[in-house]
Design a protein around this ligand. Sequence first.
Ligand code: TXA
Ligand code: MG
Length: 313
Amino acid sequence: MTTLVTESPEEAASFIRSGGIAAFPTETVYGLGADAFDADAVRKVFEAKGRPADNPLIVHVADAEQIDLVVDTLPGSARALMEHFFPGALTLVLPKSNRIPAIVTAGLQTVGVRMPGLPRTLAFLGACGRPVAAPSANRSGRPSPTTWEAVLDDLDGRIPCVLRGERSRVGLESTVVDCSTGTPVILRAGAISVDLLRGVVSTIEGPRSDTIARSPGMRHRHYAPQAHVVLVRRAPALPSGRPAYIGLEPPLLPDAYRILKTPATKEAYAYELFDFMRRCDAEHVDVIYCQEVDAEGVGLAIMDRLRRAAAAH
Ligand code: TXA
Ligand code: MG
């Protein structure tokens, strides 16, 4: 199959409307979508990605009416979070409506719902005219794509269409909060920090090892570049192999590194991380040194992704 790259949200949406799949930009990372009400279409997403069937998809909505089609009940905590963070980089796990087929939620009675904030995404979702189930648009196990080119690196010839858009402004996936049982719990650290969430719902629990079991996706191999990922306090002065480095502090001997990224802030680190990992693969780097950050703000999500990337080998 040849993969069409289009600038037109309507053209990309026509694939979704006719039971097919298409990749599209969001402010967090690129997604690979299908009609959330069409089990056969959603199956194509799992196949193209090589995604395990026990890992549920997030359903993307354009407006409040679509939320009502997707979820069964809306607890007060979810209403408050939606009011503050929709549209944006937040996914809420809620009791699912009967219209959502089991394949979307991997058989769970809950569904992840997100309303992205990027105008281009909303134009695409609006043209689809229905909720769109979409995981990140990478081959399963690889870093999430933050550019349309990265989508093609993983899925060229495996999907019929990519909606071309800007590089994802955030660079890391949405924060996932489970609002389906009493006290809301963070299942995946992400773009929206724990402190910001607690400013709205003070009782929200942070990610804990036992809650990770509730987010099936967190059990799988993730975010792995081909190179070996090593977490460091400081850049090594004499790195081995064909090394690369990313960190807030520059190394003593910058020339020792094949690829070097020294973002000025944690937000910039998050923005660069997945793109940097993919560049390392393209340049056949064999060791990636990643400087640890403190777990405040988006630092928690950065450390989560770094630990997973390091554990993948
Ligand atoms: O920013 C994002 O969230 C991107 C963009 C495309 O929206 N999407 C994304 O999707 O990262 P994906 O499939 O790569 O990650 C979805 C995460 C997984 O960890 C999955 O297990 C969790 O959300 N999830 C989805 N539905 C769930 C549910 N019903 N219960 C618990 N966890 C759920
Ligand atoms: Mg993913």
